[in-house]
Design a protein around this ligand. Sequence first.
Ligand code: PH2
Ligand code: MG
Ligand code: MG
Length: 168
Amino acid sequence: MTEAFIGLGANLGNPAQTLARAVAQIEALPSTQVLRASSVYRSSPINAAGPDYLNSVVAVETGLDAPGLLAGLHRIEQQFGRQRPFPNAPRTLDLDLLLFGDEQHNSATITVPHPRMHERAFVLEPLAEIAPQLKLPGLPQLGLLRAQCQHQTVTRLDPVPSERQSAG
Ligand code: PH2
Ligand code: MG
Ligand code: MG
């Protein structure tokens, strides 16, 4: 089993609902359990146009290998109607494999760790929420990386109360 981190993002359709449903679909992947899920964060698009994004990060434990997990994530993106008209186009759902244990992959189809995760507050803030002690291979500690991204405004949204919590 490998612990992996997945970044979720959406800025088309109903992003809040999509992120919640996508976590359930990740949990439904073969031999994969969601260990922790961050809050949802709102931010302006970085190096892209379009509506504000909602982003989150989940930690999973999986028996899949990295290409198998990535293939599963791409299938889930398809289920949510992901289209790729041009690079960084607005999207109904983006699932990025951020980290897969301490493995490094560099091929035409898979790059892990995600090459830009350390310079994006919309990844670092939710990641620090669920894994504050995490060390990215070959990079300064999370706290320093987050400080370097302080100019990127990211707002943590209040958790949406589940039906069970609000019923009582
Ligand atoms: N994803 C991108 C490009 N820019 N900006 C924000 N705020 N959130 C994203 O998820 C995002 C982005 C390409 O994947
Ligand atoms: Mg992305
Ligand atoms: Mg992506």
